[in-house]
Design a protein around this ligand. Sequence first.
Ligand code: GLC
Length: 727
Amino acid sequence: MFSERVQSLLSQMSFAEKVGQLRQCGPSLVGAFEVPFGELLDMMFDGRISEAEFGRLMATSSQDYREDEIRAGLIGSFNGVGNRETALRLQKLAVEESPHRIPLLFGYDIIHGFRTVTPIPLAESCAWDQELWQRTACMAACEGRSAGIHLTFAPMVDVAKDARWGRVSEGAGEDTLLQALHGAAKVRGFQGDSLNRPDTLAACVKHFAAYGAPEAGKDYNRVDMSPQRLYEEYLPPYEACIEAGARAIMPAFNEINGVPCSSSPRLLRSLLREEWGFTGVTVSDANAIAELVNHGVAADKAAAAYLALQAGMDIDMTSESYHEELVGLAVTDPVTARLLDEAAGRVLALKEELGLFANPYLVPEQSEADILLSAENRALAREAAQKSIVLLKNDDGILPLAKGARVALLGELGADRGEMTGAWAIGGRGDDCVSLLDAMQEEEPDVRYCSGIMEEVQDLASIDEAIQETDVVILALGEMKNQSGEAASRADITLPALQIERFRYVKAQGKKVVVVLFNGRPLAIPELAAEADAIVEAWHLGVEAGHALADVLFGRVNPSAKLTTTFPSSTGQCPIYYAHTSTGRPGGRSKFTSKYLDTPLEPLYCFGHGLSYTTYRYANLQAAQQGNDILVSVDIENTGDRDGEEIVQVYVRQLTAARTRPVKKLADFTKLFIAAGVQKRCNFVIPAEKLGYYDEELNFVVEAGEYRIFAGTSVENVLATDIELQI
Ligand code: GLC
């Protein structure tokens, strides 16, 4: 199971040193704070202190890395050391002074870029572009390794169908297939063809499992669903990342059907290791082992440590449960001692795979300064941002802006560089970002700008002054970055009344209004959908946000992105998603159908929606069975006057089955370039396996019978044809 070196080390190490390999610490800050660091973080997140004040306090604090415990071999890894100098200094202590010279492993949250922050994953998923997803991960890995990091706590592949949940921003949206392909591409990008290189990172896929399905969209809340649904809709992306070679996985904070993921042998041993054959390392989420006490499945930290180790949890991230309790347990319990060997062995094996025993100081030859935020990396960030921008509405072709158009920009989000990094860019810096105002001023130095949209201002004279003598107003609306991400669920995902009031005020001045929406989740924006002249979904696009937006607004780039998450008409519709089942009363004129009295049944913008500056026409959809595959082909013509890239989607519905099936399920997609006036035929091969589902006994079945095949430009705008599948 383990190499000779690992077996030899295990035979020499004490229990305390083995437990040390399972102990992951964060840099604890020792500073001039009056309050504990955690409280300080809360104060920053809820706005009691500014980010600048928080940064000042950080700058005046020192980091405590428990160096004596490193020397004693009692720490195996760190989370959050983000610079080469510190990492190499601590590595030297471990390699030259600890009893068995075992190197440290450095982990970090590199979710969407390290220093070169790229679009949040939800945004980049809208590119439907596996090659792009892999390239940005590869770039992030190169930057992370240059800073001495070995492991990233990414990709996050939690299928999320409830926009109230703030962490929908961190993954690839509501669809199982997209999450799986997005996650696998990220694993390939992070890990490259070997971990024993100075430009790759071990990937830690997360959060295993179904963290994206918390009841009521409330973060960390219980997850309760049928095994069939878990297997069909939520587990495949984690499995796809394991198949792509992910060397670590992070169990989720939540329980599933009453069992916390952090203490579930069924999840962490039976499914992960026995069924899927995973041989890598399991890394707990922050403090999650100790939180088994809060879950009510462990009486105290000792019980929590025992439960987690028995379940198959290897590394304890920052809870100190293993450090405080496992040695005592191992001394008295041979099973714990054996499990301790297995877990420590897996951590040592990962370090070996990363080449850390051979060269614990393995970093790129170039300096961090030469690698981080390079022109090449910025260019890739700009490309990724361009391909993540979704054109939701464009009445009368108001976009792209005409040459010489007199434009004003309103709204703090249009000028705030820091807001462009999104909620999970720990290694990023606001000052590195190009805001939309920066980019517009590069186009037109005296472009008019005005704030007063997100905050109450006394009078509107500044807005009046900014928009007079303009043809078009670009209005930046949406969410601050800390309104999405972790612990940022919202019970109301509409825009604040002030933003709607400002929007309507500007419209009332007779101006054309292009809304640029900055947000980390779908928002319920019926007022904008009805009254804005155009809506550009700008998410949080990273360091090149402004340039990419200007490229689209001024027509240098033809937008091609499409939504990977449904936009609701109202919060009350959540969770709302396209792959729903029919119900026995799917709708129609009767009163007695599945609907609401006070909100529409349909979403505001459906899955797969995204406009272009050109138009496409679909025709001649055909489907035929060939062996165990369904061959699908369809014509797409670019009927406009601009070249463009179109994301062609194929959905399937099993018309009759032993269990209810989704009315549509994404089966395949492709993005293709089509020049103006050109028609292309697109061909797909859909393995019948993709049509399968789990029956009452949890057997995976693929059934003969009638299937409806759809192909088109969004889940609602499709052609359809039926096929009889023979098995
Ligand atoms: C957080 C997140 C997880 C992250 C971890 C380490 O609580 O849940 O996604 O990787 O802590 O920072």
